[in-house]
Ligand binder design. Sequence first.
Ligand SMILES: Cc1ncc(COP(=O)(O)O)c(C=O)c1O
Length: 355
Amino acid sequence: MTDAITIQNPRNRGGSTGHVLAKRSVTFTEIRTDARGYAPLRAAIATYLGISRGINCHPEQIFVCAGYRACLDLISHTLMGPGATCWLEEPGYFMARNALLEAGAQLVPVPVDDQGLDVAQGIARAPEAGFAVVTPTHQSPLGVSLSLPRRLALLDWANRQGSWIIEDDYDSEYRYQGKPLPALKSLDQQGRVLYTGTFSKVLFPGLRLAYLVVPAEQTAAFARQADRLHNHCPHLQQATVAAFLNEGHFARHLNKMRGLYARRRQWLVEALHQQVGGRLQIDPQAGGMHVVAGLGEGDDVQIARRAREVGIAVEPLSQWYLGDGGRQGLVMGFTNVVSAEQAVSVAVRLARVIA
Ligand SMILES: Cc1ncc(COP(=O)(O)O)c(C=O)c1O
């Protein structure tokens, strides 16, 4: 995002050249803020989703929100009644858990195994739930992908039940082996999936820029709530990101980062195997921006706290569980490990902390 832009107010055309931020020119096509998001960005996202995620949608179905949390708020204001029952992956993303609890939802933890969310368990525990929140491409935090039979079973349940599936596709762009998996939304024939994506992982979190794709029949209801909440990212940022996508920088950026992150992941995994292999079970999954390492023994909360004291930011896996007795382990980002030497230094410090 180093390119420069000029913001031109169409009202000033032919007069002043607008407010010059840098070299290139982005012309706003609207003057009034549209709470659904900046129209050219919504169009660019629709094109991107069609090409990269197999999602066939119209820009009218897209709502730009200030982050994933804001997407959940928009969904809960539009579709969730008080006390709505909601399946949540166990373990699962704590931010979603908190947002849904604040929205008054009743959360039902549904276990995740090596095929992703255990749909049969969800049906056994809460067959009439109104919502299921899932991370099908790269389960957060375990990293597994939801298998095709499970995807079909989940859609089948939602179709029969008239329930909503909230698909959180937060870091699907990063996959290091095999073909990229299409989104669950691409299989949704009956419009039961509310799809969310974010620019936090692929660009940077400070942008606060995410998007929600809703079924065509729901666009009016969502637009009313979006207008009421006005919970959007500033249009200047939206215009910049639209230009970034439309001019091809985004695709180049992703290609570059995939190669870079694959190397960084390899450095960290190799160093962990060498330095702490006996104490951690490291199982890198096909994609994502973090690795998860199971702890044979020890308290992951204590270890994560001590690791932070020596400058290593790891998350305790047990805290991603809603219920008690979650697996002990460490969730470790690798994208800021810039060399093999640095990976070894991190692993050596972590080994000392664990010992
Ligand atoms: C599982 C998961 N979903 C969504 C997000 C994106 O959140 P946001 O768009 O609010 O930055 C993240 C970011 O860390 C995440 O880990």
